[in-house]
Design a protein around this ligand. Sequence first.
Ligand code: C5P
Length: 234
Amino acid sequence: MAAHCAQPRIYVALDSARQARIEALLDQLDPSLCGIKIGKEAFTSLGPMAVDMARQRGFPVFLDLKFHDIPNTVHQACRAAADLGVSLVNVHASGGRRMLAAAREAIAPGSEAPGLIAVTVLTSMEDADLAEVGVTDGAARQVARLAGLVAGEGLDGVVCSPREAAEMRHVFPGEEGVIVTPGVRPAGSAPDDQRRVLTPAAAIQVGASSLVIGRPITAAPSPGEALREIVATL
Ligand code: C5P
């Protein structure tokens, strides 16, 4: 039995709280070429309607709400997310083993089930930031430690930077492993506020299974054309 439903190669991050903006972008993208990442911005403003707008047009949806709470609450939140019909759900690995187990129990593996992945260490956190919250042996060690916990509880994979993708591939091997990387930029495009970017093809080559791409598509003069150009490089 497959551990989760099929994942698109690209999730486009809409990163807007405005319904009209989201609908305009959805209407320019081809659901056979990508899924849509709905994050805290859109979900806080528009609620499940944001998910429905994408699903009604045929897009798989990555609901990027990074749940982090007591096990019972995360269990119910994961169940509610799965009931929305999304394809990918995430939680914070630092919620601990029992919280991860509760998430896995809420979203039992299966070919119809959404993928269930975890964030290890936010890439905005550097070693000094981690030390301030009591993690004194650095981001790399913490990523490895948390990824082990995530795999141990049977989750499907992680969200990570392309820099970590190769290492994460060893923890979540094969076609079942879901390694989702933001921080990708087509050759020659603006890095915006991203650092240490890889091209989409390079990110896949080092182990990513799905890419999260925002502004190179959403801020392009023709988002549909920008998406097609990226897909052609893969
Ligand atoms: O516009 P851009 O391609 O940079 O958008 C990337 C998306 O991935 C945004 O939704 C951003 O919040 C998300 N993200 C990221 N880096 C991380 C985690 C998430 O860029 N480490």
